[in-house]
Ligand binder design. Structure first.
Ligand SMILES: NC(=O)c1ccc[n+]([C@@H]2O[C@H](COP(=O)([O-])OP(=O)(O)OC[C@H]3O[C@@H](n4cnc5c(N)ncnc54)[C@H](OP(=O)(O)O)[C@@H]3O)[C@@H](O)[C@H]2O)c1
Length: 265
């Protein structure tokens, strides 16, 4: 690529990652920390965040315990960012979860509430809290929101999880409109089937269901996502990847299901 990227800046750019304790977020934190960026690593499991900081040093990785379901926790974490980790060049809005995979009505509304609070309210609150910092970063700043193929392609049992990720996609396009004229790029990143702790969390710790889900397939791996996030954050500042949908080759978006032999009215 011809133009300079944010990685060419004289001072280290900063990435703020939600959900840095596992999966996509942890792999992305390591990728950026290894390649000259400073990383603000957030999540609830502070032990894992501290381990990450110990791997790279506290001048490279700043661990900040933060619960996406708790607005004051988000505010406190953002307020605790020191000058050495400011301004934030890239916000990787990645933290999130699915809980349950049964079709309605066999669902737990408590799970629904957690997904809405985490995937929707946590993401928008973090975004709003970091906007001034991203604006201060200037050319090359970016917000990368993690949606899901579940937010585009409906399936039985996707219900509120899929809908929360559809929100993330649409919010990303709305944000892009609101930020028009600023330097901040916005990307809706839409991954398909990936192997992380996601399915263990979704099944409330059912290890057998987790193994069965990934049997016989090669899904997206966290390191694949880290490489893609690196690319998205580092394209020249005059470019914006609006939407990036990623699937493993074995996952095929196909035609809508036809229910044959169903009594017709
Ligand atoms: N894996 C897939 O197949 C897949 C596919 C499409 C989209 N996604 C999306 O990708 C994103 C990353 O998931 P992953 O696959 O990497 O799963 P993962 O390994 O389970 O990681 C999820 C991360 O989200 C964080 N998180 C969950 N609830 C949180 C809360 N209340 N406050 C703060 N952080 C919270 C977790 O941190 P703590 O538990 O430490 O708080 C963890 O770091 C999610 O948004 C997920 O919906 C995943």
């Amino acid at each position: 690529m011809s133009s300079k990227t944010v990685s060419d800046a004289p001072t280290a750019p900063v990435i703020f990652i939600t959900g840095a304790t596992s999966g996509f977020g942890a792999a992305t934190a390591r990728k950026f920390a290894r390649n000259g960026w400073k990383v603000i690593a957030t999540g609830r499991r502070s032990g894992r965040l501290k381990k990450l900081a110990a791997e790279f040093g506290s001048d490279v990785v700043l661990p900040l315990t933060m619960d996406l379901t708790d607005e004051s926790s988000i505010r406190q974490a953002i307020a605790a960012i020191p000058a050495e980790f400011s301004p934030v060049t890239c916000l990787f809005n990645n933290g999130g979860l699915a809980l349950g995979s049964s079709p309605m009505p066999d669902v737990d509304p408590a799970d629904w509430r957690i997904m809405v609070e985490t995937n929707i309210m946590g993401l928008v609150t973090t975004t709003l809290g970091l906007l001034d910092s991203l604006k201060a970063a200037g050319a090359g700043a970016s917000i990368i929101n993690v949606g899901s193929a579940a937010g585009i392609y409906a399936y039985p049992g996707g219900n509120v999880y899929g809908a929360s990720k559809a929100f993330v996609h649409h919010f990303s396009t709305e944000l892009r409109c609101d930020l028009a004229g600023s330097d901040i790029r916005v990307t809706s990143f839409i991954p398909g089937m990936a192997k992380t702790e996601f399915t263990t969390v979704r099944t409330h710790g059912d290890a057998a269901a987790n193994e069965a889900f990934y049997q016989g397939v090669k899904p997206i791996l966290p390191e694949d996502v880290a490489d893609i996030i690196w690319f998205v954050a580092n394209i020249p500042p005059h470019l914006n990847i609006n939407v990036l949908e990623l699937m493993p080759i074995i996952q095929v978006p196909t035609i809508p299901t036809i229910l044959r032999d169903k009594p017709q009215t």
